[in-house]
Design a protein around this ligand. Structure first.
Ligand SMILES: [Zn+2]
Length: 213
């Protein structure tokens, strides 16, 4: 379990479109700077926004209620007051987020390749996937976006240290660095950091169904 301030917060732009996630620490800083407001929702997908003052008031209220009751929110207690850790923020005037480089990580390679083995084209769970060097490292292949693909263990073993031509195994798409997209990293709703309250923004179709029900 992450520390409360390391939790992921969904970031919405002024049009309430999801653009990113950040840590709760960053979200609180943006809130205090007046660059963002906290978005709070209930189970019926009603939404409220809060600036710092009203969020502190809400936090006090939640802390009071939590003395006896069930607690849905994560509350941290500073020396003087309670503070509910936000789950969603909406950006205000300063709407432009710096363009981010997508980090070259195993998980992001899996995501780029949509958890699909690039040789047999079957989709797998992350634990059943490997990183395959298209040009094997032994033959001078580098560990870069352009030379690694997602591969199932079976295909990875079959290809071993052979060149694509030798193994007659070519990746289905030419690997390259993924273009930055706001939603990159938010795609898998089964991830531990995914918060239920984000669903409304990340799955518009399910939100629509709920609204018309
Ligand atoms: Zn495969």
């Amino acid at each position: 379990m992450n520390a409360p301030l390391d939790q992921h917060v969904l970031v919405l732009n002024r049009l309430w479109q999801p653009v990113n996630t950040c840590t709760a620490r960053r979200a609180v800083a943006l809130l205090y700077l007046g660059h963002a407001q906290v978005v709070r929702s209930d189970e019926e997908s009603n939404f409220w926004t809060h600036d710092v003052r009203s969020w502190l008031a809400h936090s006090e209220e939640v802390a009071r209620r939590s003395v006896n009751g069930e607690l849905r929110d994560v509350v941290i207690h500073t020396i003087s007051r309670a503070f509910v850790v936000p789950r969603i923020i909406v950006l205000g005037v300063y709407d432009r987020l710096p363009k981010k480089e997508i980090k070259f990580t195993r998980d992001n390679v899996f995501q780029r390749d949509q958890y699909t083995c690039q040789y047999c084209c079957i989709r797998f769970e992350p634990k059943e996937l490997n990183i395959d060097h298209v040009i094997p490292r032994e033959k001078g292949g580098k560990t870069t976006w352009e030379n690694v693909v997602c591969s199932c263990i079976r295909c990875n073993t079959k290809k071993a240290n052979k060149l694509p031509e030798q193994a007659k195994m070519h990746p289905r798409t030419v690997p390259k660095a993924p273009r930055w997209r706001p939603m990159f990293g938010l795609g898998r709703h089964s991830e531990p950091h995914f918060d239920e309250s984000w669903r409304f923004f990340l799955e518009p179709s399910s939100a629509r169904v709920e609204l018309s029900a």
